[in-house]
Design a protein around this ligand. Structure first.
Ligand SMILES: Cc1cc2nc3c(=O)[nH]c(=O)nc-3n(C[C@H](O)[C@H](O)[C@H](O)COP(=O)(O)OP(=O)(O)OC[C@H]3O[C@@H](n4cnc5c(N)ncnc54)[C@H](O)[C@@H]3O)c2cc1C
Length: 385
């Protein structure tokens, strides 16, 4: 269990960094769709992005609970961790299943900031959420694998050195268990761009540096394989639990930012001779959203603690992600509505945060798929797909 004083120190440290990156900084990056390089560099230099790298490799060896606190605090301060959070949620796959050689080769560089592990290539245009149907293949050829296919929504690929890639190594009709046949690779992308790997940015409603990545007869060394060939889906699933918990923490941070922003504004904004916050029609949506945020926060903390104890956090991670994403969206709606027309002006940051937090209803896993998980795996209802 984490010492609450240490978590409080982490909050203070992260908040101090965020003070150097006020709304104006994010507004400018957002308008230009620019990667927040200075922010990521500052977080790297502080060591916070290496929170989950064990001390023996130069990191701080902190728990997932501590990592969640770091990401929550970034969002609570109006910043956005999406430019660099992947390093935290992909770390588990490398730590749990990577070889000693892979850890020696990459973890010290990730810890000192000379290497970024920020790209996670799972989603494909045709398979979507149905990961087991993905079509990117990696075929063994001597000491290499040859990769062919396409990923979509591979965020930060242009600003990352390393990519964790999921590809099919055994055709679907030749595996015993439906979850077999997929493998995970850790690629140093800089070696491959222009040599069978092409990255194409996708412009979206938020500043997220997301891309399509194409593989055309890309030759990668067999030493890129993480763990055992064909078992990659399981490795990725355990990483996805960490991802859901960490994204949920970001949602809690967003929710706290929206609540603070909204309450400050409604106490100050005077219409019809009174602060608008005196009206219950303004108070209640904010109060309700606050209550939902507090409940979601408890589940997020519980899920992180389950993960840290080494137990299966599947149910809690999914529920935490759904409730936290709902809470951040609800608080965002209440905040935007309370700001009236000013909510739409870029200078207040409300519209930007509102757009950014909307993503979490869809990614990294959409609400429908979480409900389906709860129905099937927890409540034991029939499988629907
Ligand atoms: C900005 C952004 C960044 C992203 N970053 C990454 C990244 O770095 N790496 C990565 O691998 N992926 C990334 N993703 C992909 C993200 O994880 C997917 O978009 C998400 O998992 C949903 O998949 P999809 O878009 O293919 O939707 P689909 O699977 O096509 O689903 C579309 C809709 O149908 C619903 N649906 C589908 N099947 C069912 C069903 N059986 N029952 C009920 N409803 C269903 C879904 O809930 C969803 O609302 C990113 C996406 C975005 C938008």
């Amino acid at each position: 269990m984490d010492d609450p004083r240490v978590l409080e120190e982490i909050r203070d440290g992260v908040a101090a960094i965020c003070r150097d990156f006020p709304g104006r900084y994010w507004q400018e990056r957002d308008a230009a769709r620019e990667y927040p390089e200075d922010f990521v560099n500052a977080l790297t230099a502080s060591g916070y992005l290496a929170a989950l790298v064990p001390e023996e490799y130069g990191g701080s060896g902190l728990s997932l609970t501590a990592a969640a606190v770091i990401l929550e605090e970034i969002h609570r301060n109006g910043c956005n961790a999406a430019a660099c959070h992947a390093q935290m949620y992909t770390m588990g796959t490398v730590l749990r299943h990577g070889s000693d050689g892979q850890k020696q080769a990459y973890l010290p560089g990730i810890a000192d900031g000379s290497l970024r592990l920020q790209a996670f290539g799972v989603t494909e245009p045709t398979s979507g959420t149905d990961t087991l149907s993905l079509r990117t293949t990696a075929r063994r050829d001597g000491d290499d694998y040859i990769v062919n296919g396409q990923k979509i929504w591979t965020s930060r690929a242009e600003y990352s050195d390393l990519m964790l890639l999921l590809a099919r190594t055994t055709p679907r009709d030749q595996v015993e268990m439906r979850t077999d046949g997929l493998s995970v690779f850790l690629l140093n992308m800089k070696d491959f761009i222009g040599k069978g790997m092409t990255i194409r940015p996708i412009r979206t409603m938020i500043n997220h540096s997301t891309t399509e990545v194409f593989f055309d007869e890309l030759r990668i060394p067999a030493s890129s394989l993480i763990g055992v060939e064909g078992k990659g889906f399981r490795y990725i699933l355990s990483g996805m639990n960490a991802e859901r918990i960490l994204i949920a923490a970001e949602c809690i941070g967003d929710a706290k930012w929206f609540i603070e922003k909204a309450t400050t504004y409604v106490n100050e904004r005077v219409v019809f001779g009174n602060p608008i916050g005196r009206n219950q029609g303004i108070q209640f949506p904010i109060a309700k959203a606050y209550a939902h945020m507090l409940a979601a926060e408890a589940i997020v903390q519980r899920a992180a603690a389950t993960y840290d104890r080494g137990e299966d956090p599947g149910g809690e991670a999914n529920i935490a992600k759904m409730l936290a994403a709902d809470a951040s969206w609800q608080t965002g709606e209440a905040c935007l509505q309370s700001f009236g027309g000013f909510g739409f002006a870029e200078e207040y940051d409300v519209e930007r945060k509102w757009r950014e937090t909307r993503l979490y209803q869809v990614a990294p896993i959409s609400t429908n798929l979480i409900l389906s998980y709860i129905a099937e795996h927890i409540l034991k209802m029939p499988k629907s797909y």
